[in-house]
Design a protein. Structure first.
Length: 295
């Protein structure tokens, strides 16, 4: 699909997004953030006392999460799905080039779907969650981590203010992301049972804004919005933004922070063995009685 073939209402330029990941793969991807988030996702998985024989790693990048999953008890078959061929090239496990917006698996294929830093690049997240729930076996688990709405709030602020002042207008530079309060509701909308969402904040410090932007490029997390202005920031705008970033957010040692809000989503494909809400009208005690003061 050419850029000109993008639907008028498209949020992301899928071709550009894949190209950014391919570039990251060729350049020896900056993966410290992905690795840290994968560890935190695995910590959550360790709290679940059951085995998952068939697993999908969605957005597998260089396969570190796939490898870590393979070392856990009961993991018999792990499929790595990743849109960038460059990342898939050296993976020894079953692998497939796939975009998380279109999950190419039959219903009931997996006991566990794990995903790190892929779902925030999905324009139709409710639709993608429905696809993932269908790809799970009954009582299968989705465990995903994605960037939340407070991610790069510092960079977003200075780019907005500087571009407006220097160029008289603002172009979209950083992707929109969902808020924590909406995450569990989206899981429910996707017909997941027992949905849970929580968030953690990771703050990384850099010597300057340009170092942060180089890392984002190395992660494959740069701007792929369909409505983005082609071409980079003007030199003067970039310099002023870097100065404003340091002035407003810099610490006493001259370093700047970059905030990454990580949303963790957990939901189960429905199964009759799971706890079920009581039928309406079946309660044996009235709420009003429970709220009466104790005398």
């Amino acid at each position: 699909m050419n850029a000109s073939d993008q639907p008028a209402t498209a949020l992301f330029d899928r071709r550009a997004w894949r190209a950014h990941r391919e570039r990251a793969a060729r350049g020896g991807a900056v993966d410290f953030l992905h690795a840290e988030i994968a560890e935190r996702l695995l910590d959550r998985l360790d709290l679940i006392e059951r085995e998952f024989p068939t697993v999908l790693d969605l957005g597998a990048r260089d396969g570190k999460l796939t490898q870590a999953l393979a070392e856990r008890r009961g993991m018999q078959r792990i499929v790595a799905a990743e849109p960038a061929i460059g990342f898939l090239a050296d993976m020894p496990t079953p692998r497939i080039a796939a975009d998380p917006e279109l999950v190419p698996f039959r219903d009931g294929s997996f006991d566990l779907i794990a995903s790190v830093l892929a779902l925030h690049w999905v324009a139709d997240l409710p639709g993608a969650l429905v696809q993932l729930r269908r790809a799970l076996k009954p009582d299968g688990l989705l465990l995903a981590a994605m960037l939340g709405g407070q991610t790069l709030v510092e960079l977003r602020t200075v780019l907005f203010e500087t571009e407006l002042a220097e160029e008289g207008g603002v172009s979209p530079r950083i992707s929109p992301a969902i808020e924590l309060r909406d995450a569990a509701a989206l899981l429910q909308r996707g017909a997941f049972a027992l949905p849970v969402a929580d968030s953690e904040t990771i703050t990384v410090t850099y010597p300057d804004m340009l170092a942060l932007m180089r890392d984002l490029r190395g992660m494959g997390e740069t701007n792929a919005l369909a409505a983005r202005r082609r071409g980079g920031l003007r030199r003067g705008t970039l310099a002023r933004a870097a100065a404003l970033y340091a002035e407003r957010f810099g610490d006493t040692e001259g370093r700047i922070p970059a905030t990454f809000e990580i949303l963790f989503l957990c939901g189960w494909a429905p199964h009759e063995s799971q706890p079920q809400p009581l039928k309406r009208g079946s309660a044996k005690h009235r709420l009003a009685d429970a709220l009466k003061p104790v005398r």
